[in-house]
Structure formats: structure tokens, C-alpha cells
Ligand binder design. Structure first.
Ligand SMILES: *[C@@H]1O[C@H](CO)[C@@H](O)[C@H](O)[C@H]1NC(C)=O
Ligand SMILES: *[C@@H]1O[C@H](CO)[C@@H](O)[C@H](O)[C@H]1NC(C)=O
Ligand SMILES: *[C@@H]1O[C@H](CO)[C@@H](O)[C@H](O)[C@H]1NC(C)=O
Length: 460
């Protein structure tokens, strides 16, 4: 993921949409949360607009890529949202292009490390694709042909590439943000990367009942607490430079970090039934109250950027993942249902009220708390609205399957572990100025400090 690009949207798009909206009556997407069909219809409406961004299935286009400014990882996130969409609604409209993209991007070692992405791919980027594959396994999404990589196998492949990246050379462990030494952010250890690994390990543990995954999940959780990326009261901070032993910590808080640990903890609770994991699950939910407004009550907002209008492209989608993982937490940890569903309902209602933009009046805004379209247009915020709306179907669908309980995806515990070629492909050609700008020419990378309340972090 990136932190330094495209702070604002091309305003002509908003203007155009506003113009197209014209004088017609503003009618929010209808959403009755007590009516399954209404939720389905709203989800389809919002998803249809989201899919207008994606052209990867067209001849000559690349399956799995979104157009600029959207990075590769966000496409992986989209396919996860679409797998959930199919599972929640039964509508298979986008199943084929989902399978096509996942198989295309899985790449040679099935671990979502295509050469095209090596200038920017971080551990967090990789794991968002792995989540799509893991979700496909958990939901019995139609399996690829037998001679192709399989969902569980892909998730295991990513795990098998990330576990050896566990890095004890600084800060006592953790995952670096970046995979490749030449990318900016290699010296940053962060919560989303380590949390992604934790989440994946916990779900693989639940799915396969293999102790190795469980041990890694324990280890990743413990390190997150020890290094201080998770506070004693279960708040999640962004990360820190490993050049200074992970001090000082950048205290910015994002919804998706809470979410990524929440679902991992819920899986660990479901697997082990250990009261320790129950407590952790519950405490994360309680601490994540900071991401919900009081007026209107219980509506999610990205507090680090929404209130000061600095949400960048990636960040506009984060609420969607938190919504997704909250919903799935209610299946793994049913005791948490009441607390979680209250927030999901209020947030979905508010989100749907923002979806009045554009010619079809299905363009959703960023700020759900405003309960009306904020005249911005963006793929990620559209996906986030889809996620929170469809999350409200969680009570109407079955719990994730496992190897022992209905799962049909074939695994391969050794997937992805094939040694990579010694010479990375991009060292074969000159990096142009344009490439550098795209990958972030800034050798000094700034994490944006918001309103002076969160620290600025600078490193080489
Ligand atoms: C890599 O980029 C090339 C050129 O754009 C494209 O043809 C190919 O499909 C891409 N591969 C992947 C896995 O995206
Ligand atoms: C684990 O998940 C299943 C499926 O949702 C659920 O029925 C069961 O109650 C959960 N276990 C615990 C300990 O909550
Ligand atoms: C459990 O997972 C580990 C790590 O991927 C693997 O090496 C091992 O073979 C697996 N065990 C079984 C029984 O599948």
C-alpha cells in the first residue's frame, strides 16, 4: 500500500457527476436491513457501479489490474469483496472474472508475486490477494480446473513465502512492510503486514487444523503486543522504522488494522476456545469504538483522515475491510454478535444514504457520517460501501467451511516455497524517471501526520 499519492480526487469527475445529477430528485439507494432482498438489491446496485472501474477481463487488458491511480493490491481486495458478494447474495455475475483474475495474478509460484508488481509489492499487498484466495476456500467458491492453482493452495503459498520473511534482525521480529530491499518502506515494519500474516495464519489454522499455522499466529500476535504496535488497551498503531529498533512508533490508527487483528483473533478463539482469545476478540471490538461516531450513533469513520479531508486513494477503502472482518467475526465468535451488528447496521444505513451520486444515482460518498453524498467519486469508497452493505447479510449465510467440514478446495502445504530466481526481473532493465516517480521517488518517505496530532515519521 502507498501513503503518498493522490491526496484528492480529480475534481472534474465530481463536477461531472454533480452536473449529471442535475436537478433530478436525490434518491438514496433503498436499503431495508430487515429485508434480505432489499440488501441484495442495494449491494448489486453499488457493486455494479464499482465494477464500472474494472476492465481487466477485456481482450488486451490485464486480468486483475485496476486503472490508475488504483494499485494492484486494491484489485485483490475487490476480488475478495466479489467472492463475498457471491456468497452473500447468490449472484454469480462476477464469478468468472474473479477466477480469471486470481489465476492470472497468482503467478508462477502461486503466491501472488507477479514480476510486474515487484517495483511496489509489499507484504500487505500480497496478503490482500491471499485473503481473496482464503475466502474462496472458506466459502467453497467454485474451484478452478484441477490443472490450475487451487484456492487453499494459493493462500498456503503466500503463507509459505511470508513466514521466512519473519525478521528477527531488528525489533525482535515482525514483517517488514516491503518485500524487496530496493523498495521504499523496506525499513519500515508495520502492523498491516504483520497483521495480514497473523490473520492469514489464524484462518489457515482454522481451515486446516495444522498446528504450524496456529503457532505462527500466536507468535505474530505476541510480537505485535511486545513491540507496541498494539497498545495494552488493544489499539493498533501503524508501524515504525526498523533502523531505530521500532521506536518511535507512528501512532496513526486505521480501521483496517483493528479489523485484520479482530478476525484473526476470532478465528483463534473459534479454533482453540481459549478464553484468552475470547478476551482479545472482545477487547479489540471495544477499543475499536473510537472509529464510530456518536452522532449519528455507531457510524464508522476513518478518523485519521476523514475529518481533515486527507484520505488518500488506498485509505478510502479501509472501512470496507473493517466491515468485512467485523461481519465474519460474528460467525467465528458468535458471542460478539450484538456489539458488532449494531455498528454494521448503523454504518450500512448511513453508507447507503451517501449513494446518490452520478447519473445512475449509485455513486457512494466517502463519509458515511454525513449520510449524504459528499460529491466525491472513488473506487475504494465504492467498494467500502458495498462491503458494509453486504456485511449485513452475514446472519443469512453459513459459517466458513474447513477441511474437515465441507471444504472442497485442495491444499498444498508446500506451495510457494520454491526458491525464487536469484536475479529479480526489474534489475534487467533501467529504471526510468517515470518508474521512480510511480514507485515513489522520495527516498524520504512521509507518513502523513494529521492535524499535528499524529507523529510524522521520516526515514531513508
Ligand atoms: C504483466 O504485464 C504485461 C504487460 O503489460 C501483461 O501482458 C501481463 O499480462 C502482466 N502479467 C500479470 C500477471 O499481470
Ligand atoms: C465457531 O464457529 C461456529 C460456526 O459459526 C459456531 O457455530 C461456534 O459456536 C463457534 N465456536 C465458538 C466457541 O464460539
Ligand atoms: C503444516 O504446515 C506446515 C507449514 O506449511 C507444513 O510444513 C506441514 O507439512 C503441514 N503439515 C501437514 C500435516 O499438512
Amino acid at each position: 500500500m502507498r501513503v503518498f499519492n493522490y491526496a484528492s480526487q480529480p475534481s472534474w469527475m465530481a463536477l461531472l457527476a454533480a452536473a449529471l445529477l442535475g436537478t433530478s430528485t436525490v434518491q438514496a439507494i433503498e436499503l431495508d436491513l430487515d429485508d434480505e432482498d432489499s440488501i441484495r438489491k442495494a449491494a448489486k446496485n453499488v457493486a455494479t457501479n464499482m465494477m464500472s472501474y474494472y476492465t481487466g477481463m477485456n481482450p488486451g487488458d490485464t486480468p486483475g489490474n485496476l486503472p490508475d491511480p488504483y494499485y494492484w493490491w486494491e484489485a485483490g481486495a475487490m476480488f475478495n469483496a466479489l467472492i463475498d458478494y457471491w456468497f452473500y447474495t447468490g449472484d454469480d455475475t462476477w464469478n468468472e472474472i474473479t477466477t480469471q483474475a486470481l489465476l492470472w495474478q497468482a503467478g508462477e509460484n502461486k503466491a501472488f508475486m507477479p514480476a510486474n508488481q515487484s517495483k511496489t509489492e509489499g507484504n500487505d499487498d500480497q496478503v490482500f490477494w491471499a485473503f481473496a484466495a482464503m475466502t474462496a476456500a472458506e466459502r467453497n467458491f467454485p474451484n478452478p480446473p484441477a490443472d490450475q492453482p487451487q484456492w487453499l493452495e494459493m493462500a498456503q503459498a503466500v503463507f509459505n513465502t511470508q513466514a521466512p520473511r519473519w525478521d528477527t534482525s531488528s525489533c525482535g521480529g515482525g514483517l517488514r512492510w516491503q518485500i524487496f530491499t530496493w523498495n521504499n518502506g523496506y525499513n519500515y515494519k508495520n502492523t498491516i503486514s504483520t497483521g495480514g500474516f497473523f490473520n492469514l495464519a489464524a484462518r489457515l489454522a482454522k481451515y486446516t487444523n495444522n498446528q504450524t499455522y496456529q503457532d505462527w499466529a500466536e507468535k505474530a500476535w505476541d510480537w505485535t503486543a511486545e513491540v507496541g504496535f498494539m497498545s495494552p488497551d488493544y489499539r493498533f498503531y501503524d508501524g515504525a522504522s526498523d533502523l531505530t529498533e521500532c521506536k518511535p512508533i507512528n501512532h496513526i490508527e486505521w480501521t483496517y488494522n483493528a479489523g485484520i487483528y479482530l478476525l484473526g483473533a476470532a478465528n483463534m478463539y473459534n479454533l482453540t476456545e481459549d478464553p484468552k482469545w475470547k478476551e482479545r476478540t472482545e477487547k479489540i471490538i471495544d477499543a475499536s469504538g473510537v472509529f464510530f461516531s456518536h452522532n449519528p450513533p455507531d457510524v464508522m469513520y476513518e478518523r485519521a483522515c476523514e475529518t481533515v479531508n486527507t484520505c488518500m486513494v488506498d485509505q478510502r477503502s479501509f472501512k470496507g475491510y473493517f466491515s468485512r472482518w467485523m461481519a465474519q467475526t460474528t460467525q467465528m465468535a458468535p458471542f460478539a454478535y450484538d456489539k458488532v451488528i449494531k455498528r454494521l447496521r448503523a454504518s450500512a444505513k448511513a453508507a447507503a444514504m451517501t449513494c446518490t451520486g452520478g447519473i445512475n444515482e449509485n455513486v457512494c460518498g466517502l463519509k458515511w457520517t454525513e449520510q449524504k453524498w459528499d460529491k466525491t467519486i472513488d473506487f475504494g469508497q465504492q467498494m467500502a460501501a458495498l462491503e458494509v452493505i453486504q456485511a449485513n447479510l452475514i446472519t443469512r449465510v453459513a459459517a466458513p467451511v474447513t477441511n474437515d467440514d465441507g471444504g472442497t478446495s485442495k491444499g498444498n502445504p508446500n506451495a510457494g516455497s520454491k526458491p525464487k530466481k536469484a536475479i529479480p526481473p526489474e534489475l534487467d532493465y533501467d529504471i526510468t524517471a517515470g518508474d521512480k516517480a510511480g514507485a515513489g521517488i522520495l527516498t524520504v518517505l512521509f507518513l502523513i501526520g494529521i492535524g499535528g496530532s499524529t507523529g510524522w515519521l521520516i526515514w531513508d
